[in-house]
Design a protein around this ligand. Structure first.
Ligand SMILES: Nc1ncnc2c1ncn2[C@@H]1O[C@H](COP(=O)(O)OP(=O)(O)OP(=O)(O)O)[C@@H](O)[C@H]1O
Ligand SMILES: [Mg+2]
Length: 396
């Protein structure tokens, strides 16, 4: 069918035509925002899930909800190459400028600006033309203390204006340990003071453990909703609803095939939906179209989505990943993976840690390791089979 009308939207953070199956979480986020606005202690949330489950899309949705509620928001994606002060300062600066517009009188925003200047000064961050460093407020150079003071100042300015501040942080597993620890401590301080500052964060599943290891109270301070594949009804509506708007239907057998192949992962549903649309000559989309979509989707993913991740691994990390892939989608015990590549657990541990650090794998439970990218094990096994085939034909 006409690609111009193709409603599906595969991509990173690309808003889906139908945000299926996340209603309970969206309601919860809305209630949390409203609680914060009403001056009640809100519980911050860290959404955890594998690649392509829809975490970024949800964060963007929460940002819209917060803005619709008149809250001030700051959204950024954590980057392992940058420090938290570097990423946070411009965001908080913008946020304070907007808070300042709400009510120009009062020293509280000026105090928060002063705190931010001191903070930026001590952590050597500058943004644009703004002069940082000269301030009546003080910063100690200890990130946990200074961030707590800064959050308190921002929270007090927000409270005086009856608004809440909503921080939205994506890829939060990329924060360094000291940065993560300081962030948790600052939010802890905010919770104790009952100030209207709230965080919605998203990250890969290893984060819960990281946060808990960093500060044991982090377990109680946040909710950690797991974000996973959609349930059957939601997965069906993720495919059907956007097509329906264009007057296009699916045969049940086509839907069943796509649900099975995608394992109901949101990103894959968009990929398959998009290819099924293009493979079909007309409505309804048939099982044959869906099977063609599977061929095209796998070919496209192998060249793009999977390949870029594969290309990021060094030779020894690849050996590790290949061994892990042999165990299937659920991953394996680290000891078993080490044995498979003929290394001791001690020798394999640093390689495993590198693969985890690259965001390719995580530890579902202690001693276990699994891929963060759904179906990456299938991809690696496909590649190995191709390699073997090529090897055989070269010998022949
Ligand atoms: N609830 C949903 N229903 C249908 N499609 C969805 C849903 N959530 C996300 N998608 C689609 O899935 C894809 C991935 O979404 P998103 O980038 O938010 O995932 P992510 O969890 O942030 O992935 P990553 O960890 O790689 O950043 C996008 O194409 C998006 O349109
Ligand atoms: Mg994302």
């Amino acid at each position: 069918m006409n690609p111009v009308d193709n409603p599906y939207n595969p991509g990173a953070g690309a808003p889906p035509p139908e945000l299926a199956g996340r209603e309970p979480l969206i309601e919860k986020a809305l209630a949390t925002i409203q609680r914060a606005k009403a001056g009640r202690a809100p519980k911050s949330m860290i959404m955890l899930g594998l690649r392509g489950v829809g975490k970024t899309v949800l964060l963007n949705k929460f940002e819209q909800l917060a803005e619709a509620q008149g809250c001030q928001t700051a959204l950024f994606e954590a980057d392992a190459e940058r420090s938290l002060p570097e990423m946070l300062t411009p965001q908080l600066h913008r946020l304070l400028l907007r808070l300042n517009v709400i009510k120009r009188v009062g020293h509280d925003v000026q105090k928060a600006f002063g705190q931010l200047r001191a903070f930026a000064g001590v952590f050597k961050v500058s943004i644009g033309e703004v002069e940082f460093g000269l301030s009546n407020e003080v910063a100690t150079g200890d990130l946990a203390i200074d961030l707590s003071d800064l959050f308190v100042a921002v929270g007090e300015a927000a409270r005086a204006r009856n608004v809440a501040v909503v921080l939205l942080i994506d890829e939060v597993q990329s924060l360094s340990r000291p940065d993560l620890s300081a962030l948790i401590m600052a939010l802890h301080k905010i919770a104790q003071r009952q100030l209207p500052v709230l965080m919605f964060a998203a990250g890969l599943p290893q984060l819960a453990k990281l946060a808990g290891d960093t500060k044991s109270y982090a377990e109680r301070l946040f909710d950690y909703p797991p974000i996973g594949p959609l349930d059957e009804d939601a997965a069906r509506s993720a495919l059907v609803a956007p097509a329906e708007i264009e007057g296009v239907a699916y045969h049940d057998a086509a839907l069943a095939h796509i649900l099975q192949e995608t394992e109901r992962y949101p990103f894959f549903l968009q990929v398959w939906g998009s290819h099924a649309w293009e493979a079909a000559a007309q409505s309804p989309i048939t099982r044959k179209d869906a099977e063609e979509a599977t061929r095209r989707s796998i070919a496209a993913l192998d060249q793009g989505f999977f390949h870029v991740r594969f290309a990021r691994l060094t030779e020894r990390q690849l050996d590790y990943a290949r061994a892990l892939a042999e165990f299937g989608p659920k991953g394996a015990n680290s000891t078993a993976v080490a044995e498979r590549i003929g290394l001791s657990v001690k020798q394999a541990a640093p390689i495993r840690d590198e693969v985890i650090k690259k965001g390719m794998a995580y530890a579902p439970t202690r001693g276990e390791v699994a891929f963060t990218v759904p179906k990456f094990d299938d991809f690696l096994r496909r590649k190995m089979a191709e390699g073997t085939k090529r090897g055989r034909s070269a010998k022949a």
